[in-house]
Design a binder for this molecule. Structure first.
Ligand code: UT7
Length: 367
């Protein structure tokens, strides 16, 4: 019997990107923004992003990514966690309906709100639940429809954010195998809660107020200040997790940071000591997809076979809250799946009551 420390192992990866591509010029024209393609590319690294259409929700993207992750792992989830800033509704959480639409019956399902750090927070929570035996196959989904909260007239945010979803399925395993989570570091500082925020719509300021102004209704970010926090926090968290697992920065073969801004990512990687050839991401093509950004970048990297399974990998994220985190893991061997957004249908076909003990079968239904 193995004496290795048990942990969670990524055994499935899935994504969903809405088909509509918005170029920098499209964004500029839509909001009549005082910006240029050249400015956006050189200051953020973003050339285009995806935008979901009006009929597509965060839950639709999450279902498609979750289904693709299950197919990639050839296994069904026994817990669903959706990390998102853009839930389908303020109440209830999006995850229970996602689990239902995945045909997973009555398994536990909940949302996690940590803005752009949501996916890393989700992996941290799922790993802890798995290690204590609460679940065996948690499905962690980062899904966002930022186009539903970003003000097209605000050039600070409109040029950055995009829509999409990414998901991983975890199973129990040991720390030496591909996909294994080796260590986590996370933190939060509510003193900076106003730096990234939607002011109205919560209990503090209802969005039924007649006086609601544009400034309060939409997502706002104090970009320059956030930039400094992001670099400092992701650097410190990365070094903390590497110290925890005893990996020298020079031995990390794959680095993926939250796809917020290419300049932030380069600063963090330089400070941590990760060589440029070990840095991966897809910010140029999808922009900042908040909680979806790390699984989308991982799947893109895995699809192109850029990293050898088992390689030492460092993930780090920073977001509203303020929240941040870093995870050390072995690069997974899972082959990523991708699906198109799945429309919510009114199909009343009874869904399986509980698939926890069922064998994996490819699923073809869309509700
Ligand atoms: O995902 C969660 C965490 N989010 C982040 O980590 C994002 C953090 N922030 C950023 O990525 C960057 O701060 C932005 C992309 C939002 C802004 O880039 P920046 O390099 O920090 O610009 P800045 O605010 O320092 O402004 C530099 C100049 C200013 O002009 P002056 O004062 O030098 O004449 C701005 O008015 O760039 C101007 N500017 C723009 N120009 C064209 C700011 N935004 C734009 C724009 N287009 N979209």
């Amino acid at each position: 019997m193995s004496t290795e420390i048990p942990t969670a192992v990524i055994c499935g990866l899935g994504t969903c990107l809405p088909p509509r591509v918005l170029s920098n010029e499209d964004v500029r024209r839509r909001g009549v923004l005082d910006t240029t393609d050249e400015w956006i590319r050189s200051r953020t690294g973003i050339a285009r992003r995806r935008q979901a259409d009006n009929g597509t929700s965060t839950g639709d993207l999450a279902v498609a990514a979750g289904r693709a992750a299950e197919a990639s792992a050839r296994a069904h989830a026994d817990l669903v966690l959706v990390a998102t800033t853009t839930p389908d509704r303020r109440c209830p959480a999006t995850a229970p309906e996602v689990a239902h639409r995945l045909g997973l019956g009555t398994i536990p399902a909940f949302d996690l709100a940590a803005v752009c750090s949501g996916f890393l927070y989700g992996i941290t929570v799922a790993t802890a639940l798995l290690r204590t035996g609460v679940c065996a196959r948690p499905l962690v989904i980062g899904a966002e429809k930022y186009s539903s909260i970003v003000d097209p007239l605000d050039r600070d945010t409109a040029v950055i954010f995009g829509d999409g979803a990414g998901a991983v399925l975890l199973r129990p395993g040991v720390r030496s195998e591909p996909g294994a989570i080796a260590g986590v570091d996370w933190g939060a500082d509510g003193a900076g809660s106003d730096l990234i925020a939607i002011t109205a719509g919560g209990s503090r300021q209802s969005d039924t107020s007649r006086r609601l102004c544009r400034e309060d209704r939409y997502f706002r970010m104090q970009g320059r200040e956030v930039y400094g926090h992001a670099v400092r926090r992701m650097t410190a968290s990365s070094l903390a997790v590497l110290g925890q697992v005893g990996w020298q920065p020079g031995t990390v073969e794959a680095f993926i940071g939250h796809q917020a801004n290419q300049r932030i990512l380069d600063s963090v990687a330089d400070r941590v000591g990760i060589a440029p050839r070990h840095r991966y991401g897809n910010i140029r093509d999808v922009g900042n997809t908040a909680a979806a950004s790390i699984p989308l970048a991982m799947a893109d990297t895995a699809t192109h076979n850029r990293v050898r399974p088992g390689s030492r990998t460092l993930l780090t994220a920073f977001g509203g809250g303020l929240t941040w985190g870093a995870i050390a893991l072995r690069w997974p061997s899972a082959v990523p799946g991708a699906r198109d957004p799945e429309p919510r249908t009114t199909d009343t076909t009874p869904h399986p009551t509980h698939r926890r003990k069922q064998q994996w079968k490819p699923s073809t239904t869309t509700s």
